[in-house]
Structures are given as structure tokens and as C-alpha cells.
Design a protein around this ligand. Structure first.
Ligand SMILES: [Zn+2]
Length: 459
């Protein structure tokens, strides 16, 4: 069995005044631990304070003017120290047994969920992979042992859910009183300011709401950062956070959220950590709003698939550099981009109009003609995309005329066109059908081949 690194600290509200503690500003406390775990539990590990069963009587609760606490997770804590001795916080003990000498850990409260705890009741429909038998305890409001381990999977899931409960609403755009270039001393401070809620995950978002913020802290080898332009690697697939890529990433959780940010053009706050080249010397710097231009699934350096997001700053690089200059590293240097980028995508409007005219504004896939009082709707689509990362050319040999639906599907790897036969592949209802071709229009095969490679990577 792998050694546990995550814990739940069980609290009995009849003995330890959790309400008093979590309503105060004091972030340290200590906790009795089972002797059997004293050599396993270690500094820096994380856990939750959990209420098992609140067995205070109605009479007692009335007297205290308090409500019964439901079984659930009430705080995220970090283990600071392991020692044998008395509590340094006797005031929180209602029953004096808690202050005897014992094996203890000093804990730091990183996140206080008291106002909106993650209730056990909410976990009924959550499926967790049980690596540890202890995980079963998650679902049973048992009392008893002072600390019980959790597997990493279960811990991660509980953390995500607890965060979801606390941060009721995601806030998109700038945060009040936070300026571009402002530096926060650590992730907790960043979280407190409302810039980036989760203290560990790089993406702050939800699958059905989008992502409002990301942090770049050097945890992924495939990240590329040019300050105003970022290739951001999604989350998941690592053995430990910031560790090796050992599995493919999927468009779920934070990755799904960033995908929505792209589709709905939602602003994403970007914060850089001291760990990366373009970060600040110390702490975490807020660098303003970016937009996700594109997402794709590509093979990363490790050989596993990663979800990659292309973000660009709403500001031009000169302005951005100027605003964050006091908090850039002294050896900061702008990436030489002459070879890799075109700063603004220039597209030739006449080419787009031209291809639509060639096909009479009809979709080359489905032949639909979409009439409006201002002319028909059709899109002159590029086969190999313009701009990063594809850098396809703006020439008519790299274009096709599509209806909006088929344009979206083509761009999002829903189907491809065979470069030899011009047959549509992978699109229900059109599979094997040849696209409409006009003699005046030659499609360059290499672009279709390029699109096919991209299609394969994403399917
Ligand atoms: Zn169509």
C-alpha cells in the first residue's frame, strides 16, 4: 500500500468548539492523532476538518443558541508540525480530555468552509475510485478515530467539491481593487483577493460555467509563455501535481471549463508565479485579462495527449510589459518571435468573398443556401488555420466555402476531407460523399493532409 498523504481530522462538536474556531481569524490549531499514524503523517501534507456526528442534544444546542452541524467537511488544513505534548489552544476545548498530553499535529487552516461546508449528504452520487479502504469512511458519518487517511483521488475530488460549494459564483473579468502587475505573496493571498480561488489547481472554473482564471507556475512541461501569448496545458494526467505526465488529458473539469471560455469568448484572468521565466521575482503576479483563441488536443513532450489552450492578452505586448515592468524579473527578455509569429492576423477579405461567389454562397458539404435580406450566409473557411499554431497561408487554395454549422464542425475536428478523393469522412449523413468542387478553385492537398493530422490528434 502506498503511504497516505492526505487526511481527514474528525471533529466532535460536543468536545471541540469548531464554530468558535472557524469564526475566528486564528488560522493555527493542533489536533490529536492516532499513535499508529504518527510516523506516516508528515509536514506539508493536506487534510480536511470533518464533522462526524454532532451528538449535542437539542437542549444543549438551544442553550448554546446553535444549530446542529451536519456531517461534512468544514476546512482545508495543512500539517505544519508533528509533536508529542499538550495543546497550545486549550480554549477551543469544551471537554478537558482534549488537553492531555498526546501525539499531535499542528495544523494551519488554508480554507475555511464553515459557512458552506461540503456535506456528506451531497456525496451520495459521487463515484470515487476506492484505493484505500479508509475512503469508505467518507460516506459514513462515523465518529471515533481522530484522524483517518484519504487517497489522493478522493482528496482531490472532495477538494474540488468543497471549493465548488464555497465559491458560489465565478467572477469573470477584473477583480475589484486588484491592479494589473500587482503581486501577491502566495496562493492563499491570491485566493483571498478573489483573483484565483483554488489554492492548488491552475484552472479556476466549472464545467458548465467556463473558467475565469488560470495560474502559470511551471507545472507543465508543454507550456509556452510569450507574455502576451500563452500555450497553456490543461490539467490532469500527472503522477503528482507538477510531476511527470503519465496519462492522456481529457476535456473534462477545468479543461472543459476553459473550452467554454473559448466558445463564449469569456475573459480569463492570468496570474504568473515566481517559478516561471516571465513571472515575478517572488510570489504571484496578476497580469490581466486574456482570451482563449483556440483549444486542441495534441501529443505533448511526454508522448501523452494534452489539452492545449491558446490565450492572448487583451493588451499589446508593449503596453503589457510597461504595466508589469516593476514586477518583472531583472533578466526578463521578450521572446524573439520573428520566426514563429505574426502578431496580428491579417486576412484578405476579398479572398473570402471570392470563394463564396465561386460556390454561389452554397456550402461545399451540404449545399445549403442560407438567405437573409443582406445577402446569403456562408463562410470562407481556412483549411489550415491562420495564425498560431497552424500558421496556414491566406490563399484561396487553403480555403473552402461552408455553412456556419459545417464550418464549426470542420474547425473543431468533427470531420475531414480526404485529400485524394475529396470525400467527406466522419460526418454522419455525409460520410463518403464528395464535396462540391468548382473548376475555378484548386484545393492544395497538403492543407487537407495537415487538417487530417489535426483531426486524428483530436479524435
Ligand atoms: Zn453545410
Amino acid at each position: 500500500m502506498t503511504k497516505p498523504e492526505h487526511w481527514q481530522f474528525i471533529c466532535n462538536p460536543a468536545y471541540w468548539n469548531i464554530q468558535k474556531k472557524l469564526s475566528s481569524d486564528e488560522i493555527y490549531d493542533d489536533w490529536v492523532i492516532s499513535k499508529s499514524w504518527k510516523d506516516v503523517i508528515a509536514k506539508g501534507q493536506l487534510g480536511f476538518i470533518r464533522v462526524g456526528i454532532d451528538n449535542r442534544t437539542i437542549k444543549k444546542l438551544k442553550q448554546l443558541k446553535r444549530k446542529k452541524l451536519e456531517p461534512g467537511y468544514y476546512a482545508l488544513v495543512e500539517i505544519v508540525e508533528i509533536y508529542y505534548g499538550k495543546t497550545s489552544y486549550p480554549n477551543n476545548w469544551i471537554n478537558p480530555t482534549g488537553i492531555e498530553e498526546d501525539w499531535r499535529v499542528k495544523i494551519k487552516i488554508l480554507k475555511n468552509y464553515f459557512k458552506r461546508p461540503l456535506k456528506i449528504e451531497k456525496l451520495k452520487n459521487i463515484k470515487l475510485k476506492n484505493k484505500f479502504n479508509f475512503d469508505k469512511v467518507v460516506f459514513k458519518p462515523t465518529q471515533g478515530k481522530p484522524n483517518i487517511p484519504l487517497s489522493k483521488n478522493t482528496f482531490d475530488k472532495l477538494y474540488e467539491l468543497a471549493e465548488g460549494e464555497t465559491n458560489n459564483k465565478l467572477i469573470f473579468g477584473h477583480v475589484d481593487k486588484v491592479k494589473i502587475g500587482q503581486v501577491f505573496k502566495d496562493r492563499s493571498a491570491l485566493s483571498k483577493a478573489g483573483v484565483h480561488g483554488p489554492t492548488m489547481h491552475g484552472i479556476w472554473g466549472r464545467e458548465n460555467e467556463g473558467a475565469c482564471s488560470i495560474v502559470l507556475s511551471g507545472g507543465y512541461e508543454d507550456d509556452i509563455d510569450e507574455l502576451d501569448y500563452i500555450f497553456y496545458t490543461g490539467q490532469g494526467g500527472q503522477d503528482i501535481p507538477g510531476g511527470k505526465q503519465v496519462a492522456d488529458q481529457e476535456f473534462i473539469r477545468g479543461n472543459k471549463a476553459l473550452m467554454l471560455s473559448c466558445k463564449y469568448s469569456l475573459p480569463v484572468r492570468v496570474t504568473r508565479g515566481y517559478q516561471i521565466k516571465n513571472g515575478p521575482t517572488k510570489g504571484y503576479r496578476y497580469d490581466g485579462l486574456y482570451y482563449v483563441n483556440k483549444f486542441e488536443r495534441v501529443k505533448g513532450k511526454s508522448g501523452y495527449y494534452i489539452c492545449r489552450f491558446h490565450l492572448s492578452s487583451e493588451k499589446q505586448i508593449d503596453i503589457l510589459e510597461k504595466e508589469i515592468k516593476p514586477n518583472l524579473k531583472p533578466d526578463y527578455k521578450r521572446v524573439d518571435r520573428a520566426a514563429t509569429t505574426v502578431s496580428r492576423i491579417k486576412r484578405d477579405v476579398s479572398l473570402s468573398e471570392n470563394i463564396k461567389e465561386i460556390y454561389g454562397y452554397k456550402c461545399q458539404v451540404c449545399n445549403v443556401y442560407l438567405k437573409t435580406p443582406y445577402g446569403a450566409i456562408a463562410i470562407g473557411a481556412h483549411i489550415k488555420g491562420l495564425g498560431k499554431p497552424h500558421n496556414g497561408p491566406d490563399v484561396i487554395e487553403n480555403m473552402i466555402c461552408l455553412c456556419p454549422n459545417h464550418h464549426e464542425q470542420f474547425d473543431d475536428h468533427g470531420f475531414y476531407i480526404d485529400s485524394e478523393t475529396y470525400e467527406i469522412k466522419g460526418l454522419e449523413g455525409y460520410d463518403g460523399k464528395k464535396i462540391t468542387l468548382n473548376k475555378k478553385h484548386n484545393i492544395e492537398k497538403s492543407f487537407l493532409k495537415y487538417h487530417l493530422e489535426d483531426y486524428k490528434n483530436n479524435n
